[in-house]
Ligand binder design. Sequence first.
Ligand SMILES: Cc1cc2nc3c(=O)[nH]c(=O)nc-3n(C[C@H](O)[C@H](O)[C@H](O)COP(=O)(O)OP(=O)(O)OC[C@H]3O[C@@H](n4cnc5c(N)ncnc54)[C@H](O)[C@@H]3O)c2cc1C
Length: 446
Amino acid sequence: MGAGLAGAQTVAALRAHGFTGRVTILGAEGVPPYDRPPLSKELLTRPGPAWLTEEIGVDVTVLADEALLDDPAVDLEPGTGSVTVTTRSGRRVTADVAVLALGSEPVRPPGWEAALTLHTADDAAHLRERLTPGTRLVSIGAGWIGAEIAGVASRAGCEVTVLEAAQTPLERQLGAEVGGHLARWYADAGAHLLTGAQVTEVGARSVVLADGRTIEGDLVLAAVGARPATAWLKGTLPLDPRGSIRVNSAGRVAPPTVAAPSGTSGHLPLKALRRLYAVGDCATRDNAVFGPVPGGHWSAALHDPEPTVRAILGIDEMPAEPQPVRELLGLAPVPQHAPYVFSQQLGHDIALFGTPSPFHEVVYRGDPSGGATGHEGWTALYLETVAGAHRTNAEGHRLATVRAILVVDAPREVGQVRKLMNRDVALHVDVEIATDPGRRLRDAVV
Ligand SMILES: Cc1cc2nc3c(=O)[nH]c(=O)nc-3n(C[C@H](O)[C@H](O)[C@H](O)COP(=O)(O)OP(=O)(O)OC[C@H]3O[C@@H](n4cnc5c(N)ncnc54)[C@H](O)[C@@H]3O)c2cc1C
């Protein structure tokens, strides 16, 4: 279910592993799978979708026996002997295994119906037509997508105002301290950023703030995040408060740890749950190093279907067991990868590995102001530290565990950071060496 990146990769992996059984893929957009990141980054330079057939060579219409791209699933009946999916047109598809690759939907709070969003190829086409030079764009949210559109629209000669409820851009994702370093990027790119802006009313051409100000524009865009597209599964499957489907590290739907509040979902027999897998944006997946990782990122949708298909086909024995247990059992490692997000925003390149939290201490390699040009590379390391319990090595250097690394405008650093963060153990570093931009980060590993 779901003809996006994760759904397409699932079908491709099944065939790549020689699966000859019947595959049905259900979609909701009426078009073959395409890549979403270019919708914002290349909004005005790429006139049509980046089709996955061309981008990664996966054509679901060839690989699946049936590709019903405009007939979404509306009901799921997990049983102990099979699982049945009912589609919008009333088709009933019975299968041995069902993979949920439903993606997400943009958040649009009640009363914000007049605002545009950017999530689909149709949204992009609509926005592209209207973002002409001189257009006044009022964008709500300085998150990943809000920042990308602000940059693209400013560059195209639009007059851009970004309204952000938090005190800094990307505060929820990167923390207030690091977010603070990104704030000036808006002015540098010619966009106007208003932080601490609580939106109370949204119209098609104006936004009212809690302090009584009205911000007028020609277009109002809501870019305040996305939620798993799972509303229709409430009462059928255990969902977390965000609507995410909790899966183990192989992508298999996990039994609820406490009685699920949504009716029958807490009572599904284990045998029925074993037929259900979820990948991509709609899932929160266990990671041996980073714990439960919510979907929402391209790299998870790209990579997670492979181990999931291996689990479905029984290629990896006990794929969800942690690596130390697999080692004890003499089983080969199942490849792990750290959560990864990339973004090109307001003239800057960002790569984020791992899971930052407001409780982490942030230290830097390089100057987070971007140096004299504002574009010199820097890296932020998010350290897990236990108050009053600093560990040191023989040279008296502090040792710490790195939970996330943000790389800004330093493409050459990205490769080594990816390697270090993708290991299947937590990254421990000598903080003194790690914060010396003259030394290689890998020399800091302990
Ligand atoms: C504008 C934009 C820019 C982005 N940029 C980045 C970026 O720079 N870096 C990054 O890491 N991530 C980025 N992302 C996120 C990234 O694109 C997603 O994480 C990725 O597309 C997830 O893939 P998916 O297959 O899980 O979901 P999707 O791509 O959303 O695909 C799911 C598909 O399932 C369909 N569907 C939904 N419900 C049903 C149903 N009931 N039955 C059948 N089909 C259904 C949906 O219509 C959709 O076509 C961006 C997203 C957007 C919107």
